[in-house]
Design a protein around this ligand. Structure first.
Ligand code: PLP
Length: 412
């Protein structure tokens, strides 16, 4: 591919209109299976798909749509652009990507060492499903040093069994950053002890525009593509990006589970990727305008935003922007949070984030209601917390909506 900037390659890369009757955009390929020119070619394509031989140059190699499609392939090739990965695997949801990655890289008896807190769905999958298959969990808090984490894992006697270091940064919903330098120090300690821990990072909140963990030593980046990458609240998708060898392993599981993204999802995602940089920067500018407005508001207890009044050094090392999801803690606890949410008009009351429209939700009673209250409170997810995903509407209209809703909050 040419030496273009990511903003150009995301529109032009990996696609030749002349291969598709001159179509400027790749059409959607609604076909479940693909014909071969000969039985020999069929055998050859299967060998390529199983990693037994390299593809011949210029040979498309499509077999059956659970394995690959032109739309899936283009979306995956373009997903590697911002993150700088060798390969990508696209799924029908973020949880499909996370669960397939865990299943591909773990076996019974292994341990996952993960950062706290995690998105509720990931937390449930690790705690309920993986524990069921003999994978155990250890976790650490964002403020722990590498020495503290290492001392604890060594004491457990399972250091070399830690097969995965799983990181979510910024974390949902408090925007707490996990320091990649600490993660790498712990990883190096595990490797020195004879373990082969792979580092996996959920980059949903900032990536790939404002954070690229593969460039900081992470092995596999996972995404809920439903959020900023999809960006229009009209699709569910997930992705894993990393080296060819690791993504090949993950795709092998995906082929067995059949949870790859279909051609239409892949097509929608390819369309969305073209405007990802513009959308994320516009939403971030809006989030900063809202933060400025809320900063001195008397009904606000605390604001949670990456790099804002805490963790500035970590932020400067690993992020180039703060994104557009803000944790807003109201004075007056759950009653105040509910009054606020019941009065927003332009901002929609819904879970999810990263769309063109602004959304707000109450994590303690929705997205994180499955996390035990004691754990929630230990994480700092208190009853007055609202998660606001800022969209790309006009900032003045958003601020006016927040202002009128805050006026109706009396439970402070
Ligand atoms: N990771 C994070 C940080 C999320 O916020 C979510 C969903 O909210 C997921 C993963 C799961 O993604 P999906 O809903 O696309 O399965």
């Amino acid at each position: 591919m040419s030496n273009h900037h990511p903003q150009t390659s995301i529109i032009d890369g990996f696609y030749e209109p002349s291969d598709y009757h001159g179509a400027v955009k790749m059409p959607v390929h609604h076909s479940s299976t693909y014909t071969f020119e000969s039985a020999e070619q069929a055998a050859q394509f299967f060998e390529v798909s199983q990693g037994k031989r390299a593809p011949e140059p210029g040979q498309p190699g499509f077999i059956y749509s659970r394995l690959n499609t032109p739309n899936l392939q283009l979306a995956e090739q373009r997903l590697t652009i911002y993150d700088g990965g060798e390969a990508a695997a696209l799924f029908e949801s973020g949880m499909a990507a996370i669960s397939a990655t865990a299943m591909a890289l773990l076996q019974p008896g292994d341990v996952i060492l993960h950062s706290e807190p995690l998105y509720g769905g990931t937390d449930n999958f690790f705690r309920d499903m993986l524990a069921h298959w003999g994978v155990s969990l250890q976790s650490y808090a964002p403020n722990e040093t590498a020495a503290e984490i290492i001392a604890r894992i060594d004491k457990s006697g399972k250091t070399e069994r830690i097969a995965m270091l799983y990181v979510e940064t910024p974390s949902n919903p408090l925007n707490t950053l996990i320091d990649f330098e600490v993660v790498m120090e712990v990883r190096n300690h595990i490797h020195a002890a004879g373990g082969a821990a792979v580092v996996v990072a959920d980059n949903t909140y900032l990536g790939p525009v404002f954070q690229q963990p593969l460039k900081l030593g992470v092995d596999v980046v996972v995404y809920s593509g439903t959020k900023y990458i999809g960006g229009h609240s009209d699709l569910l998708a997930g992705a894993a990006i990393g080296s060819k060898a690791l993504i090949q392993k993950i795709k092998k599981i995906r082929t067995s589970l059949g949870n790859m993204a279909g051609p239409h999802t892949a097509w929608l995602l390819t369309r969305s990727l073209e405007t990802l940089d513009l959308r994320m920067r516009a939403a971030e500018a809006n989030a900063r305008a809202i933060l400025n407005y809320l900063e001195s508001h008397p009904k606000i207890e605390q604001l949670h935003y990456p790099g804002y009044k805490r963790q500035e050094a970590i932020y400067a090392r690993q992020c180039s922007g703060s994104g557009a999801t803000i944790g807003i803690e109201l004075k007056g606890g759950q009653a105040a949070a509910f009054q606020f949410l019941n009065n927003i008009k332009l901002v929609k009351l819904a879970v999810s984030l990263g769309g063109t429209e602004s959304l707000a939700t109450h994590p303690p009673t929705t997205t994180h209601s499955n996390v035990a209250e004691s754990i929630r409170l230990a994480y700092g997810i208190r009853p007055g917390l609202i998660r606001l995903s800022v969209g790309i509407e006009h900032a003045a209209d958003l601020i006016a909506d927040l202002e009128q809703a805050l006026k109706k909050v009396t439970a402070v």
